[in-house]
Design a protein around this ligand. Structure first.
Ligand code: DX5
Ligand code: ZN
Length: 218
């Protein structure tokens, strides 16, 4: 499994987004993490499919789209059509998770499942054979800059164990409170894609921050 850092544009300057993306684009990354929030599923609002479509035109980086929205069953394919490479849906938000994952894949994107801190790995079992990626939230979703929940390390370990015993190949991503210390625990537990927002963009040199994260895990 390849190790990837996915800088989260949630912590970038929305009024000067490409300027901030340019700061990290040559740091050895291959994707940007794109947080979509609707003010219902989470208590914060960001943007919709147009942002994904505009970013798709503006950068060659892959777009790792994290949908924190109600009714993802209706909207997820829109984000795939807009140019999202990976579309991730919260298990807690979907009525027909199996169907929405199938629909995302039909639209030509990769499909991922997201689990909130309170959702057990077992709840995802039936869908695991279908997905390309599982995101374990390591904070409560909605905001950047929150504190990592250490109990989630065991959850990553449990998911990696289930994946291996089922002979599956999906990537395991972690999101929330990732820094040069927490990333090590998550990597040791079996995660290979690491979202980082405030650690990257709240620092004076975002590129150096990505390098520090990569150094911590390779
Ligand atoms: C939070 C978002 C994260 C956020 C992480 O709900 O899903 O992607 O940007 O921010 P940090 O890395 O600052 O915890
Ligand atoms: Zn996210």
């Amino acid at each position: 499994m390849s190790i990837e850092i996915a800088p989260s544009i949630l912590s970038a300057d929305f009024s000067n987004l490409m300027h901030d993306i340019d700061k990290v684009k040559d740091s050895g990354i291959h994707m940007l993490h794109v947080d979509v929030m609707d003010g219902h599923f989470v208590p914060n609002i960001t943007f919709g499919p147009k942002m994904v479509s505009d970013l798709h035109k503006a950068t060659l980086l892959k777009l790792d789209c994290h949908l924190m929205i109600d009714n993802p069953d209706e909207f997820a394919p829109e984000f795939a059509k807009a140019g999202g490479d990976m579309i991730m849906v919260h298990l807690e938000a979907s009525v027909h998770i199996y169907r929405v994952v199938q629909e995302i894949k039909k639209s030509g994107a990769k499909a991922g499942l997201v689990l909130n801190p309170g959702t057990p790995v077992d709840a995802a079992k039936e869908v695991l054979p279908l997905v390309d990626q599982v995101l374990i939230m390591t904070v409560n979703p909605g905001f950047g800059g929150q504190k990592f929940i250490p109990q989630m390390v065991d959850k990553v370990r449990e998911l990696a164990k289930q994946r291996d015993s089922l002979g599956l190949k999906f990537d395991i991503e972690v999101d929330g409170g990732i820094n040069d210390v927490t990333i090590k625990d998550c990597a040791a537990a079996g995660a290979n894609i690491f979202v980082a927002g405030s650690y990257v963009f709240d620092a004076p040199d975002p590129q150096a921050q990505v390098t520090k994260l990569l150094k911590a895990v390779v």
